[in-house]
Design a protein. Structure first.
Length: 262
C-alpha cells in the first residue's frame, strides 16, 4: 500500500467517525426531582397585625341619695359602645401532622399583645324628687390588652402551600374604669366616685389562613381570626354594677414560622 492510499484511508475515517457519532442516540439528562415538602413537626414563630374589637356597656337606672341631702336623685340607664382597635404583635408555637398524604392536622397556641382603649363621657341634668336639678358628669374607659388562644387546625397541603381552618378557646384581658361627679343647684359639690375592674375573659376563636413554605423549614403565613367573649361586672356611678361585653373581635395577622426537623 502506497503512502497516498494510507492518507486517503485516514481522511475517509476522519469523516465517517463524526457522522457515525451523530447518528447514535444521545442519552437524556437525569430528571430533576421535584422538591418534597414535609409539614410534620413542631414549629415556633412570630406574628403581627391589626385588631378590631367592640365593647358594649349596660347599666340600669337607679336612685341615689347624695350624702347630707335626703333628696333622692333619679339616675338614668346607660347603654354605650366602645371601639378597641389597634396594632398587635405576638408569638405562636404548634405541631403539625401531615397524612393521607395531602391532609394536615395540628394544634397551635399563641400569645398576642396589644393596647387599645376607648372612652365615653357625658354631662347631664338629673332630677331630684323635690324637683331640684342636679348635674351628673362621668367619664368611662374600656381597655383591651393581651389575648391568647389554643386552637386546633385542619388543612389541605398542595406542594409548598397549606390552606387551613382553625378553631378553639380564646382568652382576653379587659379593663374598665370610671369617675363620676354630682353637683347640686348653684354648682355646690354633692358627691363623687371612682371605680375600676379588671378581668381575664374566656371565649372562642374561629378562622382560616394560608401558609407557604418558602425555604426548607421556613414558612410564611396570613391568617384571620374571629373571637367572641362573655361579659364582666363593671362598677359604675354610685355603688352600682353594670356589665361590659367584649364581642366581635376581628384579627388579621401575618407571620413567619420555623419548623424543627427534616
Amino acid at each position: 500500500m502506497t503512502l497516498l492510499e494510507i492518507a486517503a484511508g485516514i481522511a475517509v475515517g476522519a469523516v465517517a467517525v463524526p457522522a457515525l457519532a451523530a447518528d447514535m442516540p444521545t442519552k437524556a439528562p437525569p430528571p430533576i426531582a421535584a422538591p418534597v415538602y414535609n409539614w410534620t413537626g413542631f414549629y415556633v414563630g412570630a406574628h403581627a397585625g391589626y385588631r378590631w374589637a367592640n365593647a358594649d356597656f349596660n347599666g340600669g337606672a337607679y336612685t341615689f341619695d347624695p350624702p347630707g341631702d335626703p333628696t333622692p336623685l333619679s339616675i338614668p340607664a346607660r347603654n354605650e359602645g366602645y371601639r378597641l382597635n389597634g396594632g398587635i404583635v405576638g408569638g405562636h408555637v404548634g405541631y403539625n401532622y401531615q397524612f393521607a398524604p395531602n391532609w394536615l392536622a395540628g394544634v397551635e397556641g399563641d400569645l398576642t399583645w396589644g393596647s387599645a382603649d376607648d372612652s365615653f363621657g357625658a354631662a347631664l341634668n338629673v332630677q331630684a324628687s323635690d324637683g331640684a336639678t342636679y348635674r351628673l358628669n362621668y367619664n368611662s374607659e374600656v381597655k383591651l390588652t393581651w389575648q391568647a388562644t389554643i386552637r386546633g387546625r385542619l388543612g389541605y397541603v398542595t406542594g409548598a402551600w397549606l390552606f387551613y381552618g382553625t378553631g378553639g378557646v380564646a382568652f382576653a384581658r379587659a379593663q374598665w374604669s370610671e369617675t363620676a361627679l354630682v353637683t347640686g343647684p348653684g354648682g355646690f359639690f354633692a358627691a363623687s366616685s371612682a371605680s375600676s375592674a379588671k378581668k381575664t375573659l374566656t371565649g372562642f376563636a374561629a378562622g382560616a389562613g394560608a401558609e407557604y413554605m418558602f425555604a426548607q423549614n421556613w414558612m410564611g403565613r396570613v391568617e384571620y381570626l374571629y373571637e367572641n367573649f362573655g361579659d364582666f361586672d363593671a362598677p359604675f356611678g354610685f355603688g352600682r354594677i353594670g356589665h361590659v361585653d367584649i364581642d366581635n373581635v376581628h384579627k388579621v395577622r401575618v407571620g413567619i414560622s420555623y419548623k424543627f426537623g427534616p
